[in-house]
Design a protein around this ligand. Sequence first.
Ligand code: HEM
Length: 145
Amino acid sequence: MYSMLLHSHSGLRWIVLILLLLAVVNNGMKWKSGKAFTDKDRKLNLFTMIFSHIMLLIGIGLVFMSPKMKIGEGGMNEVTRFFMTQHMTWMIVAIILITIGNIRSKKLIGDKVKFKAAFIPYLLALVAILYAIPWPGRGYGGGWY
Ligand code: HEM
């Protein structure tokens, strides 16, 4: 079960990153060029949010199952500290930003306003996620997929 969650969490990062990048570029370009906000634009923002929520759910499962989340007798090591503080905090902030961006863009009226409402929080979320991923080489034991 742990291994299944870990592999899903690790692999799904690419889906989240690709969707988020597409959504940022789409919202940013159409906001600037004054295009109409269509159902396709709404769906891209929505699917990005759904996948980020799936990551949150799997992440919560990992918090309870991961050996990296167990505090040993000597206290927290570097890896545990990274996942408990940086990784969790920035990922949750990013997911909240994506959720706010999606809801505001859906509710607000006016094409430009809708694109802008999603673009800014989605861009900030992308930066936070790229920063908080335990990329190989950072020393936290994360893989590429
Ligand atoms: C979009 C959001 C997220 C992304 C892209 C992401 C990405 C990743 C990646 C790439 C790893 C390393 C997997 C590996 O070893 O190959 C990881 C590990 C982990 N993540 Fe996330 N994560 C996200 C959100 C979260 C959240 C919200 C939580 C907690 C509530 C969480 C908890 C964990 C834990 C505990 C591990 C360590 C698992 C282990 O190696 O045993 N993640 N995450």
